[in-house]
Design a protein around this ligand. Structure first.
Ligand code: AP5
Length: 241
């Protein structure tokens, strides 16, 4: 049975870096809302042009735009067949609620914890290969191939100023998101080498997968707990009426 994973953490926490490794081992479909929005921008679609204004300032793109985009991506058949790895969504309580309404419930919520001070260096040194999508860093993961080096790109929002705003947004919303996924959260110290972080992240997914495969039905206990948390007020009102 495919596994479904959410990964979250502040900007530069290493979500994209760990996602590369998770996809390699588990073959899940990586859905990064940041990547989807950057692709929309590159394609000059109305969504991309509108999103670009928010992104370059380090602000969140309005919920309704992102929710519609994610919903459309989840309608593609690969997601059901291979399982998914959602990166960068939900980023607000309305986005988390929209996921529940769509029946998009993760098996595991991985939260990468990195102190703000460590993130400036990571963000300002990040370079991405537009051909392979591989993420490099001037210091922590330098690119040694001259051909690739020549085509590396820097993201428009990878500035100290935009990072400050992105961090404010992150800290404003993360508590509400954590609340939604308490039953399935694994918090990982992301302030270590990528290999050390990956060992813990991949280990947690393997453990979850092993536990799930020994469960004989598709509905897992924490799915029920999760649904009960959301629908309890509805039933309480019905009983009162
Ligand atoms: P998005 O693309 O999701 O960016 P982000 O969440 O800010 O995260 P990043 O991609 O910057 O960092 P990362 O954690 O993936 O780190 P990485 O692995 O690259 O979103 C961008 C924008 O899109 C948002 O600001 C918003 O405007 C919009 N948006 C997206 N989703 C949205 C939503 N749901 N709602 C509304 N708006 C939305 O690593 C960073 C660097 O550090 C790399 O160079 C890497 O090599 C290095 N590194 C990684 N791990 C380590 C390590 N352990 N030690 C040392 N260096 C490391």
């Amino acid at each position: 049975m495919p596994i479904n994973i959410l990964i979250a953490g502040p900007p530069g926490a290493g979500k994209g870096t760990q996602c590369e490794r998770i996809v390699k081992e588990f073959g899940v479909v990586h859905i990064s809302t940041g990547d989807l929005l950057r692709q929309e921008k590159a394609d000059k679609t109305p969504l991309g042009l509108s999103a670009a204004e928010y992104m370059s300032k380090g602000a969140l793109v309005p919920d309704e735009l992102v929710i519609a985009m994610v919903k459309a991506r989840f309608e593609k058949p690969d997601v059901k067949a291979k399982g998914w790895l959602l990166d960068g969504f939900p980023r607000s309580r309305p986005q988390a609620d929209a996921m529940v309404q769509q029946g998009i419930i993760p098996d595991l919520f991985i939260l990468l914890a990195v102190p703000d001070e460590a993130l400036v260096v990571r963000i300002c040194g990040r370079r991405t290969d537009p051909v392979t999508g591989i993420i490099y860093h001037d210091t922590f993961k330098p690119c040694t191939d001259p051909e690739i080096l020549a085509r590396l790109e820097t993201r428009a929002d990878d500035t100290k100023e935009a990072l400050e705003k992105r961090l404010v947004g992150y800290h404003q919303h993360i508590a509400a998101i954590r609340d939604c996924y308490k039953a399935m959260t694994v918090e990982v110290d992301g302030n270590r080498t990528p290999d050390a972080v990956a060992a813990e992240v991949l280990g947690a997914i393997r453990k979850k997968q092993k536990g799930s495969s020994s469960c004989c039905c598709n509905i897992r206990p924490f799915h029920l707990a999760f649904l009960a948390f959301f629908f309890a007020p509805v039933f309480a009102n019905l009983l009162k009426a």
